[in-house]
Write a protein that binds this ligand. Sequence first.
Ligand code: IMP
Ligand code: MG
Length: 192
Amino acid sequence: MQMLITAEKIQHRIEEMAHEIALDYGSEPITLIGILNGSLMFMADLLRELKMPTRIGFLRASSYRGTTTRPSHLEILPGLVPDVRGRHVILLDDILDTARTLTGVVDFLRGQEPASLKVGVLLRKRGRQELPLEPNYTGFEIPDLFVIGYGLDYNDDYRQLPFIGVMDEATIQKATTPELMTEAILEAVMET
Ligand code: IMP
Ligand code: MG
């Protein structure tokens, strides 16, 4: 497995993003809303760099990719959704790919009448976007590769990796055997 972004680079960039947020909000109170599960690490690390009064909340969104005749549909699971009325909200996700998830959640949150709403993503994949959405904060732009780690999963596994690695064809083969995948992860770490 190829290392794309090391843990150190991620941490450094998150410090910079927290600085960008501080420039925009000063000491104004904000609310970070993370989309589960992918935003977990990003939320936890960004949060620790912020100095203003900050609340957090999470929501879960599942998308059912439609066929060409049926447009895809995004369902926001109720129950978790925090009260954001009148708050300055920054919506966080791990990656901006087609932008379907974030566009759906942005529409949903607008309906909750926050004082303001911005979007932050750790990664933005080049050449994949289907809907127009410009994040206010972007960690890294990456090529069109399937990546794992730092919240991003392969079949719901490997979100725990502290770095971003590339899940290429050879690595996907290895993922069928946990031992081989563990070796691939160690190799990626050793090579940097
Ligand atoms: P979008 O709705 O197409 O923008 O997709 C966003 C969601 O797709 C993210 O929250 C991820 O869960 C998932 N996703 C997109 N690209 C990748 C990837 O390279 N690795 C893992 N998950 C991904
Ligand atoms: Mg996912």
